[in-house]
Design a protein around this ligand. Structure first.
Ligand code: SF4
Ligand code: SF4
Length: 103
């Protein structure tokens, strides 16, 4: 089966005269780096204003029951837009837990 990964590996190998193994490693590293960070809310400090919900392009943050903001790890892409919009400055970024588990 032809996948995006196999196309990329072939392009890297033939264009830059890389070995298939090093091209594959490079691709895996890029993919890992791109998805590593996500938003993290300090729930004790969140004032549940909802400003982050309005600006998130992925619909990845919500304030269930008006208590505190919660980030959906699967949807969040770590863009940081919500952190800039938060008036209480309680959003930071952290490592994505599921990426860590995959190694
Ligand atoms: S970091 Fe980006 S994608 Fe993630 S919750 Fe904030 S605005 Fe949404
Ligand atoms: S913008 Fe900040 S204070 Fe407001 S709900 Fe989101 S995380 Fe909480």
């Amino acid at each position: 089966m032809i996948t995006k990964l196999s196309i990329y590996v072939n392009q890297e190998a033939y264009t830059y005269k890389r070995s298939f193994a090093s091209a594959y490693k490079k691709m895996r590293r890029r993919k890992h780096m791109a998805a590593r960070k996500i938003a993290f809310v300090d729930e004790a400090q969140c004032v549940a204003c909802g400003s982050c919900i309005k600006v998130c392009p992925r619909g990845a943050i919500a304030v269930p029951n008006g208590i505190t903001a919660v980030v959906d790890e699967e949807k969040c892409v770590g863009c940081g837009i919500c952190a800039k919009a938060c008036p209480a400055s309680v959003i930071s970024s952290r490592e994505k837990q599921s990426e860590n588990k995959r190694g």
